[in-house]
Ligand binder design. Structure first.
Ligand SMILES: [Zn+2]
Length: 507
């Protein structure tokens, strides 16, 4: 039980709950219940102590509680969380022979303030803690998670929303240690960031968590999947000399299944609702029907995001009804790259955002990162939001050594990279001057249709004599990070040198 058994058991429960919710069929749910009851007959208050080897069972038990309404599953999840950090289970568990920091088992969860160890284990742990806290109202978990979240986002997250820079422990090392080519950045850890940040948003109503969720979703997580849908990255580096490529499968096959279910469950992340309000978290062509202000209300979203910033919301209540429509204004619109100051945009000054209802600009208030439009809605109302989509330059804090004297590019939620496939096989030989204009254009022919960036830049190349180098000016193409490595193995880079000293030329 000390390795992945609890993890696998948790995923069995999750699969059973998903299957039951989708089909109403109980076969697999009954199997999951037998597993959970068996586990609960061995472990729990007054029984054996236990620390799960790879967290996941905690959040799965909360899902089982929600579908069965059986309190014992919620209590078991809470108990498993409380077991960590006490060394109760000495002699039995994973953490006896591995570093306890690896499995977030140094301190009780409620006393934790620092992110440590294995990144995916940590994400599942805090997601489970958030799920329990959401039901029990336990502020101890929430306080700990807020501190740990800040430790992750302020000091230990890649620009792509990926986490866990170190391959040796598949996890965290020291603050600001964020190497590019050696970035581990497991796909599952980015998926875990999506799971955890959704819970943090649900607990607080704060859009800053969706900002991080969106960054991890569109960049660190989505990169794990090839455009063909059948090749996978386990690690997601931010620079490559061509040694990286997506594979069909892995001996430890967590990432393929995890990214597949994340994409399939995208609908769970788009909207939130309460009796008197609808929240639009993500901008995805979609529809939902909710009871808002007592009236069944259909909402349809039409958008070409993230390629374009136009978002249209069609509101159709059965009868007139009053509710608040909360539309997330992404942090990148307000020129805040990430919560905290790990990464900063070079300011463009364009943060004006107009929202129209039925063609007329309207006043709105901002609450926790959402534009709130409170009014009486009627059938056929149309809300139009236009997010400004300029290309932004990003820099990192000076403690991030791997990004020093470098700049990255972001447009909307997408982080960009330069890939050899677009640039004569080279991606490491260019300088992006601070004053070089960057243009964006949609290219239907490229990578299934992406908005590409282009700019003119000095490149350093081997001269025809083969002995010296020469500088030439070239037009460089940058593509969304998630779409790289779909045209064979080749060089790639996210953080581009601003100075010639940072350029590396392959002889
Ligand atoms: Zn994985």
């Amino acid at each position: 039980m000390s390795m992945h058994e609890d993890y696998n058991g948790g995923h069995l429960i999750e699969a059973a709950v998903a299957y039951y919710n989708a089909t109403g069929k109980r076969q697999l749910l009954d199997v999951a219940i037998r597993f959970a009851d068996h586990f609960g007959s061995l472990f729990g208050p007054g029984k054996r102590h236990w620390v799960t080897g790879h967290q996941e069972l905690e959040l799965a038990l909360v899902k089982l509680y929600k579908v069965t309404k059986e309190e014992r599953y919620l209590k078991l999840a809470d108990w498993l969380l409380e077991e960590r950090g006490h060394k109760h289970a000495a002699g039995y568990t994973w953490t006896d022979w591995r570093d306890t920091a690896y499995a977030q088992d140094v301190l009780p969860v409620k006393q934790q303030t620092q992110i440590t160890g294995h990144a995916v284990r940590a994400m599942y742990l805090y997601t489970g803690a958030a799920d329990v806290a959401a039901i029990t109202g336990d502020s101890g978990y929430f306080k700990a998670m807020t501190a740990v979240w800040e430790d992750v986002v302020h000091r230990n997250m890649y620009l792509t929303g990926g986490i866990g820079s170190s391959g040796s422990n598949e996890g965290f090392s020291t603050d600001y240690d964020l190497p590019n080519e050696r970035a581990y950045c497991e796909t599952c850890a980015s998926v875990g960031m999506v799971l955890w940040n959704q819970r943090m948003n649900q607990l607080t109503g704060d859009a800053q968590y969706i900002d991080v969720l969106e960054r991890s979703l569109y960049n660190g997580a989505l990169d794990g999947l090839s455009l063909s849908g059948d090749r996978f990255f386990y690690g997601n580096p931010l620079a490559s000399n061509g040694q990286h490529y997506r594979r069909e499968w892995f001996g430890t096959a967590c990432c393929p299944a995890n990214i597949a279910r994340l994409v399939a469950s995208l609908g769970d992340y788009v909207y939130g609702h309460a009796a008197d309000g609808l929240w639009v978290h993500l901008f995805v062509g979609s529809s939902t029907t909710q009871t808002l202000g007592g009236q069944k209300t259909a909402i349809r979203m039409q958008t070409a995001y993230p390629w374009q910033g136009g978002i249209q919301l069609l509101i159709d209540p059965e009868n007139k009804t009053r509710f608040g429509l909360h539309v997330r204004i992404p942090g990148w619109v307000r020129e805040q790259a990430v919560p905290g100051d790990l990464y900063t945009f070079v300011k463009t000054g364009n943060v004006a955002l107009e929202i129209k209802v039925n063609g007329k600009p309207i006043a709105y208030r901002i609450d926790k990162g959402y534009a709130v439009i409170e009014r009486e809605w009627k059938k056929g109302d149309v809300v139009q939001v236009d997010l400004p989509m300029e290309v932004k330059r990003v820099t990192a804090r000076e403690e991030v050594k791997a990004a020093q004297n470098r700049v990255a590019l972001q447009r909307g939620p997408l982080v960009y990279c330069v890939e050899g496939a677009d640039n004569n096989g080279q991606a490491w030989n260019l300088i992006l001057p601070d004053d070089a204009p960057i243009t964006a254009g949609f290219r239907p022919d490229l990578l299934g249709g992406v908005t590409a960036l282009s700019f003119t830049a000095p490149t350093v190349e081997v001269a025809p004599d083969g002995l010296s180098v020469q500088t030439r000016t070239k037009t460089i193409t940058a593509i969304p990070y998630f779409s790289w490595c779909n045209r064979g193995q080749n060089a790639m880079q996210v953080w581009l040198p601003r100075k010639i000293q940072e350029v590396k030329v392959n002889y």
